[in-house]
Design a protein around this ligand. Structure first.
Ligand code: UDP
Length: 239
């Protein structure tokens, strides 16, 4: 497999073509952005940590029957993945109130939700990724009804698998974002699962161990990502 031209440069990752048109290479950078890229910075070592953490979660999901784009980790900052046709919808699953949900609905952060909340956002930087519902997704043709069923069912299943694995590591999975894409006629999980895309709190102290440390200038950002990596390495992998 040979890495070829840069296809796309995102806020924290670059994507390269390979000599196999069905595969690409994702390169994880240290760059961090927040608030629709209005805040920018670097988190030393984040690229390596997010690559390893995402690889760990994707392997865990695959071993529990969830298909992901992961082929294999290539090196410290790179992952070989299936080349998806990205669906322009971000899926957020919430177990505990936080972030934009708290702001939008005026509820304090940290309240456990009786049942997980599923939200969809239209992936469009210029619009600031607006919140949308099933009806918008179907009407504008961003995904078909069948695809949306797969997306919702998979998001709920991913939540169950991650909740179970993380609670064994004394971590609360507050919320997280997923992205899906089309591959060989199927809808599979893409992007990454890392402290950039999840809210993770220590179960006992509720210390934030995710990108909120960067968003809210709490300090100890790299240390928080390292702590997640450390727990995953020491912890059990299967549900
Ligand atoms: N999230 C993400 N990318 C985005 C927006 C949100 O990975 O563009 C993640 C975020 O890290 C959190 C969850 O999705 O784990 C819910 O984020 P929220 O809607 O609360 O937005 P925020 O307050 O983070 O802007």
């Amino acid at each position: 497999m040979e890495k070829q031209r840069l296809l796309y440069s995102g806020k924290a990752k670059d994507v390269y073509a390979t000599d196999d048109p069905s595969l690409c290479v994702v390169h994880f950078r240290d760059s961090a952005t927040a608030f629709n890229a209005q805040k920018k910075g670097e988190i030393a070592g984040k690229g390596e940590l997010n690559n390893s953490i995402s690889t760990h979660f994707f392997k865990l999901l695959e071993s529990n029957g969830v298909e992901t784009h992961l082929v294999r980790q290539l090196g410290a900052r790179e992952m070989l993945v299936r080349r998806l046709e990205i669906i322009k919808v971000e899926v957020v699953v919430r177990n505990i109130t936080a972030g934009s949900l708290s702001k939008r609905l005026g509820v304090p952060e940290g309240q456990p939700l009786p049942t997980p909340v599923l939200e969809y956002y239209y992936k469009d930087d210029a619009l600031g990724d607006p919140l949308v519902n099933d009806s918008h997704i179907l009407t504008f043709g961003w995904a078909s009804a069948d695809e949306l069923n797969v997306i919702a069912g998979t998001a709920v299943r991913v939540n169950e698998i991650l909740l179970s694995a993380l609670s064994a590591l004394n971590l609360l999975l507050v919320d997280f974002k997923l992205e899906f894409g089309r591959y060989a006629g199927r809808v599979i999980l893409g992007d990454e699962i890392s402290p950039d895309t999840c809210r993770l709190w220590d179960a006992k102290t509720h210390e934030k161990l995710d990108k909120d440390r960067f968003r809210r200038d709490l300090g100890g950002v790299a240390e928080a990502y390292q702590e997640i990596y450390r727990r995953l390495q020491g912890g059990q992998a299967n549900v």
